[in-house]
Design a protein around this ligand. Structure first.
Ligand code: SF4
Length: 305
């Protein structure tokens, strides 16, 4: 039995992705298995046909200004947490801004031919960088973690055996450890045009999927632990900040596990694929399949929507 007052710490490395307190990183569980991610479970829950579309178009990168800004903001924040974890002093604003600008440049290269003119709000690369830096400044006005909790890992990728033929995977933005209570919590950094609707955090599979897999890894290591709570830390483009906490239970984890199993079955048998035109997210702004999907653009035009 592992001492519950000690985090399952295996040390640090120069590579951020191998900071792994639970020994659950991708390369520690290699295998020829399909991956189930929370994004796939979420997409399937919104509209199964979205999953089919993304599988039929594996190279498609639906880049957007929101994606670029969010990724760059994460990079800036990670600079802070990484320095904290390895015991270095807080990085300068200049260093954090540099991480942001570097990430924007890399994301723009990935996007390649996508015209920024089709995006919502930003038409130059400098505007994207300015917005991501402004988000970081706004976030730094609030505590970077709660009292009593210590950052112990960032960008922690897990890949664990799930059901036959499948691995459960995901990446945790930030892991916090409470030495007094002997438990972990996880944090996901979100950027948004405006503050989330009241119950949006309760609709996500992410807390339940992550908590289920982390708990199974901890149990396998002999660590008795309650379901891991998850904080969504949301910052809006206008600088409003809010933390929304989700506390998974055995039941909620089971519900999402069942949904994930149905998604896995559909993928394995290539259907049947159901097209959910009733979703508010069935729109050109929120669905990459809008033009290609028979229940997307053409269907809605013919309905006169
Ligand atoms: S356009 Fe609508 S029905 Fe088609 S995949 Fe997207 S959300 Fe589903």
């Amino acid at each position: 039995m592992i001492d519950q007052q000690q985090p399952l710490w295996v040390g640090l490395d120069d590579n951020l992705e191998v900071i792994d307190p639970w020994r659950i990183s991708a390369d520690l569980f290699a295998g020829n298995l399909q991956n189930m991610r929370q994004s796939t479970i979420g997409s399937f829950s919104i509209c199964p046909n979205r999953v089919k579309y993304s599988r039929d178009n594996p190279g498609h990168y639906g880049g957007s200004d929101a994606t670029v800004i969010g990724t760059a903001y994460h990079a800036g924040l990670e600079t802070f947490y990484y320095a904290y974890i390895i015991g270095e002093s807080q990085p300068s604003q200049e260093t954090m801004y540099a991480a942001i600008c570097d990430t924007v440049d890399k994301e723009m290269l990935k996007i390649g031919g996508v015209s920024m003119l089709s995006w919502n709000k930003f038409s130059t690369v400098d505007e994207l960088k300015d917005q991501a830096c402004a988000l970081l400044d706004a976030r730094m006005q609030h505590p970077l973690f709660q009292a009593g909790w210590e950052p112990v890992a960032i960008e922690l990728t897990f890949r664990l055996p799930w059901i036959q033929g499948w691995a459960a995977t995901g990446t945790v933005d930030l892991v916090l450890w409470n030495a007094v209570e002997g438990r972990y919590r996880i944090v996901d950094h979100k950027t948004a045009g405006r503050m989330w609707q009241k119950n949006k955090h309760l609709k996500s599979p992410q807390p339940h999927w992550y908590s289920m897999m982390i708990q199974s890894a901890l149990e396998a290591a002999g660590f008795v632990h309650p379901p891991v709570e998850m904080d969504f830390e949301i910052i809006t483009y206008g600088g409003k900040f809010e933390t929304r906490t989700v506390t998974p239970t055995a039941h909620t984890m089971d519900v999402w596990n069942n949904k994930a199993r149905i998604a896995a079955l559909a993928i394995e048998s290539d259907g049947p694929w159901y097209e959910n035109t009733d979703s508010n997210l069935c729109s050109p702004m929120y669905c990459d399949a809008w033009e290609a999907c028979p229940s997307g653009q053409t269907y809605h035009i013919e309905l006169g929507k």
